[in-house]
Design a protein around this ligand. Sequence first.
Ligand code: E4P
Length: 371
Amino acid sequence: MKLFLDTAVFDEIKQGVDWGVVDGVTTNPTLIARAGQDHETQVKRICGIIGNVSAEVVSEKKNDILVEGRRLASWHKNVIVKVPMTADGLAAGKILAGEGTRINVTLCFSINQALLAAAIDAHIVSPFVGRVDDIDEDGLQLVRDIVAAYRQKGIKTKVLAASLRGPFQVSQSALAGADIGTMPFSVLTAMFKHPLTDAGLKRFKEDYLKTQEPKPADASAGVGSSASVVGASETRGSDEDSLDQLWADHATLASQLGLLERVADVIGGEDLPPETLRAELDRAYDLVAGKVLPHIRTADDLQRISAGHDYARAPVHPDHDQAEQLSSTLEGFRARVARGDIEGTPREIRRILYQLHALTRPHFADQGQSR
Ligand code: E4P
């Protein structure tokens, strides 16, 4: 699966390009507004450093979309014109595609819409994973279904998993067969992270420093040298250290989880001002994304170590998958609240927080006792 950045912030795109991992960019009017730049200037600037840049029309009528789409396409050969999943959007998209412009049909939420996009020879169709999850349906299943429907008939339109809010949705989109996944810069950054990489780097560094230690014959020469930085833990395996850390975090986390329930209670109150909702949601999300998820991922990794790094055999707890999914849904609601779209969200957020609390509390308590 190719990786695209879902942003119009030039510095983020430049960083992704410099890392050599990004193949394209998706923008939309919201992202352009967030970048605080004029649309044309920003799109041209982005096209200067990367191919496959989706730029979205805002017109609604077929002829207006046609005029606007031609204008966007004239800005740069790297522009892919994004048209909405409407009858007018597709009618204009069909003509533009016939003229050789690459079309991205955006705001796709069903298999049938994806079939319509393929019917106009769209280059890309964009199912919105996160926004489907926002309404308590399964966005990743939608990607799986569209990929399956396209494969049945060898349809060439590329499936771009859009509205991805976390690394879990990225990996699952790849497994679902998406051709492209587009994500915010923060999600791309999170893809690099793995506790075993960190542990491995630490171990290599320690072993390297050991080779720099003075030999017994000139031991006195080493006092105060960099070799003394390596502490007592060097005699222990890094897996043992990780396990100790895991159990220490475990106890701390078990006592912090009540926050989820408290925030859920507050959010359930009547007429909560949006800024209070945002602040409460941030508190709960910071605990989930910053502590609970890294913790359970470390627990999974240690399971894998004890299974000899055999990912297929490793007994990952089903609660962990559920916690990942709930937190990804929570992240989606966070994005909605940030957009000011709070209709019905407090009730849904409260439900997710209660579920997360109910799921994690006994799990952490059990594991704490089993030590
Ligand atoms: C990309 O093409 C979409 O515009 C974008 O992924 C939407 O993401 P959002 O649902 O987080 O706004």
